[in-house]
Write a protein that binds this ligand. Structure first.
Ligand SMILES: *Cc1c(COP(=O)(O)O)cnc(C)c1O
Length: 498
């Protein structure tokens, strides 16, 4: 093994308990409420010239072995092989395409045609391997409340993974038709999907109550079950995302767009700050990352933060056409705060306390130097629609609303002339996932007709075949038809397990 030193994980808030990577994957969140961060950044010995010849799985292995040092080579390779297989509808897993003068890294070729598949297809394997390694002889029960996207990505990831069960609660009537169909047609034999008569908050509150129910926990433990979540703050989701930044760099070298060693910028459509943080980690372990452009939609908390040093969630929540980025508290930013303040856990903990108590904190202008690698921009709704249209008119390429937030920011950033590094736009969803708004941007009449008619129209306009993920649900049987009152969630969990 060339990962010379064992890497441990500690809390961003000061708890010095050291966990191995597999223990941190099982645990998820630290006892003091902080997030697990690596104790130091390992240095990648990956040759950038050789990187250009690596396929996705090789790249993933070379990157992940630096962070998951207590997994053996065969364990890690096994997880990678099970995750990045023909579930993806493109054999390169994460194709890099050039359209007009922009590069797009397409992270939407997995089961649910959005970027969360990149991590959620490997997390179940990292988790079950971790359980075995640590001799936790239990079946893991994943409980998830979803507002639409995460639920299906988690279902697809955990479906038929031995040693796991997954139960997803969604607000009945509160998700799109396509999102609901994606979930209720899930075939995995270890899955359960339940519509709750209530909103997303009710689902989330219900799940938290179940997690915190000690009596239930003990009862289920006796029967051999243990609860876990597939939350985006788990290092088992963060670390696999570092891989595709290396992969993108390799593709750029291979195509001759850059030379090995040149700096490369990335523009990332950001919500919970997990995706862009993975790019920062890539830079910290040695990838020549230039600027990371943090692209927000109209919920521009991060734009304000990078410009002022003040993070302030006290504002109206805006529903936009890029719902997966409609977020006022970006949980993973806590990790960047910690790293940028040179591992100052005391400061980090006190900022997070201010955030909890007052909804804001100010790191101070003098501390902003630590955040220089980032540049915050935001894209208005009007610009999102115009960008989808202009990219299509110039190149014939159709991008989704989230990607459009980043594509617009990439154009703005380059027009500012800070540097002349090439840049890659991170493309987080297939346009087929957000067909209605995409077709609206392209000038179609979306006032009538169902989503599948628009899907057909999009296919004829874009010339891109309808992905299997969408085609599959069109005529699939409904498997999950349970609907419950929010008070009955716990009973449902119990009765489905014992
Ligand atoms: C989750 C998501 C994002 C935001 O990613 P973060 O890691 O939360 O910043 C962007 N686009 C799409 C399509 C997503 O599903």
């Amino acid at each position: 093994m060339n990962a010379s030193k064992e890497l441990y994980y500690i809390s961003t808030r000061g708890d010095k308990t050291k966990l191995t990577s597999s223990e941190a994957v099982i645990k998820g969140l630290c006892d003091d409420g902080g997030l697990y961060v690596p104790e130091f950044f390992p240095k990648s010995g990956i040759s950038l010239d050789e990187l250009a010849g690596y396929d996705y799985k090789t790249t993933a292995y070379e990157v992940m072995k630096l962070f998951f040092t207590d997994y053996t080579e065969s364990e890690l390779k096994d997880c990678i092989n099970k995750a990045y297989d023909d579930k993806f509808d493109d054999e390169s897993i994460a194709p890099l395409v050039k359209k007009g003068d922009q590069y797009f890294l397409e992270l939407f070729h997995g089961k649910t045609i959005a970027f969360k598949d990149m991590a959620l297809s490997i997390l179940p394997h990292l988790l079950t391997t971790a359980m075995k390694k640590n001799r936790v002889d239990k079946e893991v029960v994943i409980l998830t409340a979803t507002s639409g996207d995460t639920g299906k990505a988690a279902l697809a990831g955990f479906a038929d993974v031995p040693g796991t069960r997954i139960i997803v609660f969604y607000p009945k009537g509160g998700v799109s038709r396509i999102q609901e169909l994606q979930m209720v047609t899930e075939k995995g034999r270890n899955t359960k999907v339940v519509g709750v008569k209530g909103n997303f908050d009710d689902c989330q509150t219900g799940v938290k109550l179940i997690f915190n129910d000690e009596t239930l926990r003990k009862e289920l433990e006796e029967k051999g079950f243990v609860f876990s979540s597939a939350n985006s703050i788990n290092i088992g989701r963060l670390i696999p995302q570092v891989a595709y930044y290396f992969y993108a760099y390799g593709r750029m070298v291979k195509s001759g767009a850059i030379k090995a060693g040149d700096k490369l910028n990335f523009t990332v459509p950001t919500g919970n700050f997990g995706n862009i943080l993975a790019a920062y980690y890539a830079g910290r372990i040695g990838l020549p990352v230039g600027r990371l452009v943090c692209a927000s939609n109209e919920n521009k908390v991060l734009f304000d933060f990078f410009n002022s040093g003040c993070y302030d969630r006290n504002r109206d929540f805006i529903l936009t056409s890029s719902p997966s980025m409609d977020i006022l508290v970006s949980s993973n930013l806590e990790r960047l705060i910690y790293h940028a303040l040179r591992d100052d856990a005391v400061k980090t903990a006190s900022f997070m306390k201010e955030l909890r108590d007052y909804g804001k904190y100010d790191v101070g202008k003098d501390k902003m130097a630590g955040f220089n690698g980032f540049y915050g921009l935001y894209t208005s709704e009007d610009e999102v629609f115009k960008t989808i249209r202009s990219v299509y008119e110039k190149t014939g390429y159709v991008i989704d609303t989230h990607t459009a937030v980043a594509a617009a920011a990439d154009i703005k950033y380059r027009s500012m002339g800070f540097d002349d590094h090439p840049g890659v736009v991170i493309s987080t969803a297939s346009p087929y996932k957000f067909t209605r708004n995409v077709m609206k941007a392209l000038g179609a009449d979306v006032s009538t007709g169902d989503d599948f008619e628009l899907v057909d129209e999009l296919e004829s306009i874009s010339g891109v075949k309808i992905p299997p993920a969408v085609e599959e649900i069109r005529n699939a049987d409904i498997i999950h038809d349970t609907v419950c009152e929010k008070e009955d969630m716990k009973e449902i969990v119990k009765s489905s397990l014992i």
